[in-house]
Every structure is written in C-alpha cells, then in structure tokens.
Design a protein around this ligand. Structure first.
Ligand code: F6P
Length: 343
C-alpha cells in the first residue's frame, strides 16, 4: 500500500498556499506516496477531518488565492485532549508523515510534535508577514505587498486631488516588512513600523514640507506600531498568545494626530484582509510550488523535523526548531535604506 502524507495549512491564509499544496501532492506521487488534506489546520488532525488530495483535486489551483484545505489558528497543545487526539487520528487516518504549512505558530506546533512525540513532520513556511527566520522570503508576502502598493498609489491619487495627507494602515503583525516594502515600492513619504517608536514631530514636519511641494503626502503605517503616549493596552489573544490587533485602528489614530499637528486635512484607510486574498503573484506561485515539491522530497528522504527554506535562490531543508526560535523583524539596515527615499 502507498505511504500516506497528511497536508495541513494553519494560521492566517495567504496566496501561495494552493501552489504549495499542488507542488507537494504532485511530487509525492513521483515518490509513490499518496496525500490527503487535513481540514482547517491542526483542527483537522484534532478532529480527524480530511479530504482526498489526488491529481484532480490540485488541478487548476495554482492560480487560486486562499487554501483549498481551509485554515484555523487551533493550537492542539492548548486544547483538552488535543495532542492525544492528533496522535490517535494520525494513526487512524493511516498517515506516515505530516506536511504542515504555516507561520511561526503552526510550525511551532509541528516542531513540538516532532520533538516531544516523534511525529514524522516537515514544515513549509508561509506568511504574508515574511517574519520567519532562516528563510529569505515566505510566499504570500509578495502578493500581499503588491496589493498594498496598489492601494497606496490609489490613495496618493485621491489625496493629491484633495490636497490631503493620506495614511495607509497595512498588516504585518509585529514585523514591519509589509509596511516597509510597501512604502519604498510606492514612493511613500514616511513609514511607521513596529520595530521603532513613531517620531511624531519629525514625521509631521517632514509631511508638511512634502505637502507644500507636492500637494499630497503619503504615510504607510504597520498595524502594530506603538503611538507615542499610548499604551499597547490589553487585547484579545489567540490560541498562541498573540494579540489579534483587530481593534487597534492605528492608521486612524495616526491620521488624527497628523491632522492636529500639521493642520492639513488627513485621511486614513485600512487595507486589512484584502491583502490576503486574490491570485498569487508569479513569485508566490513559483515559490509555493518549489517549497511544496521540496517538502515531498524531504518526506521521501525521511528528513523529518525540518522546514523548507529559501536561501538565496536555493530551496533547502533547515531545522524546524531553529526556524521557529525567533521572529525575523526589520533590522536597522533596512530602516536606513527606506529613509534614503523620504525626500
Ligand atoms: O499573520 C498574518 C496576518 O495577516 C497578520 O498580518 C494579521 O495581524 C493577522 O494575520 C490577522 O489575523 P486574522 O485573519 O485572524 O484576523
């Protein structure tokens, strides 16, 4: 009987997941494995819910946003009997290996299952936040940022007509990669990142100068920035202890502060989940397919406890434990790079 791989996608979805599933399923067939999909992340393994993943199931999904498997932020280590149910269902479903596609949370669970329960698992990194260590890029980031750049350029058009300052709030949780790349690629005039305090005075005086010359100014703000004088406050946490950030409204509050300080009419827009939908870009399709293929190769070689990573232009296996140790936030070098363009 063919050996069986269970594939799951956990955490926030992002474009590139379907190509990754396709890559893994098709390459697994080359190795004589069959695949099934576990529904809605780790929840699928906790509850034993699955779907077939044959050739026909992954045909025509390379260009589709979202994930055909569904997703959730379920942490089996936080659910009563969660771990036991996962181990039982792994056996019941006749699985020989797991491929877990996700960010630090989903992959953290994968690493724990490998380390503490010897579950044969391989990780595939995905996140629009691009905040996973050890891999150069994660699929989802390119599409999300491309969408955000388009939004930023649209905001500048309407902002110029009305002689306004415009603020675009983007996602990215506690890493500012999306905001930084959006700002630089759209030619924005300022960026506010979670990695550094917002310099309100410096920002406003710069925006006034830019607005006087160009009749518009554009600010990109990451959703988790700390606004001076504000306490991050208590927010709802997910199963992994992360703030949900859904009620923060950083862009709106920044816009009020900017308007007060500059006396220039200012408007904010939040792009939110729009960044996570739609067809993956070419980069995310190819990266998704490549990491999916590599995951199947790692399973075939029995290289468990590994995560697929993009290093330069090579797709390689790295330790899951290493990859989930710390978040990859924006370092000083990148901040300096961005500031070159704020003139
Ligand atoms: O981690 C991906 C991400 O899109 C973050 O940028 C954002 O903070 C979060 O997910 C939103 O999560 P949810 O879809 O659960 O609201």
């Amino acid at each position: 009987m063919a050996k069986k791989i269970g594939i799951l996608t956990g955490g926030g979805d992002c474009p590139g997941l379907n190509p990754a599933i396709r890559g893994c399923v098709l390459r697994a067939q080359d190795h004589g494995f069959e695949c099934i999909g576990l529904l809605e992340g780790w929840k699928g393994l906790v509850e034993g819910k699955s779907m077939p993943l044959g050739l026909e199931d992954v045909t025509e999904i390379v260009n589709k946003g979202g994930t055909i498997l569904g997703t959730s932020r379920t942490n089996p280590f936080k659910k009563e009997n969660g771990v036991k149910n996962c181990l039982d269902n792994f056996k019941k479903l006749g699985l020989d290996a797991l491929v877990a596609m996700g960010g630090e949370d989903t992959l953290g669970v994968a690493g724990k299952f490998y380390k503490e329960h010897q579950v044969p698992v391989v990780g595939v990194p995905k996140t629009m936040d691009n905040d996973l260590s050890v891999t150069d890029y994660t699929f989802g980031f390119d599409t999300a940022t491309t969408v955000a750049v388009d939004a930023a350029e649209r905001l500048r058009d309407t902002g110029r007509s009305h002689r306004r300052i415009m603020v675009l709030e983007v996602m990215g949780r506690h890493a500012g990669w999306v905001a930084l790349f959006t700002a630089v690629a759209s030619g924005a005039d300022w960026v506010c990142l979670p990695e550094e305090p917002v310099e309100l005075e410096a920002m406003c005086s710069h925006l006034k100068k830019i607005h006087a010359k160009r009749k518009v100014a554009l600010v990109i703000a990451s959703e988790a920035v700390t606004i001076p004088g504000e306490d991050a406050g208590k927010e709802e946490l997910d199963d992994f202890g992360h703030m949900l950030l859904k009620k923060r409204g950083v862009g709106e509050r920044l816009s009020e502060l900017i308007e007060k300080e500059t006396k220039i009419e200012t408007r904010a827009a939040v792009i939110g989940h729009i960044q996570r939908g739609g067809a993956p870009t070419l980069f995310d399709r190819i990266l998704g397919l490549r990491v999916g293929v590599k995951a199947a190769d790692l399973v075939a070689q029995k290289s468990f406890g590994q995560m697929v990573a993009l290093k330069g232009n090579e797709v390689v296996g790295v330790s899951l434990e290493e990859a989930t140790k710390e978040l990859k936030v924006v370092p000083q070098d990148w901040l300096k790079f961005a500031k070159i363009f704020f003139k």
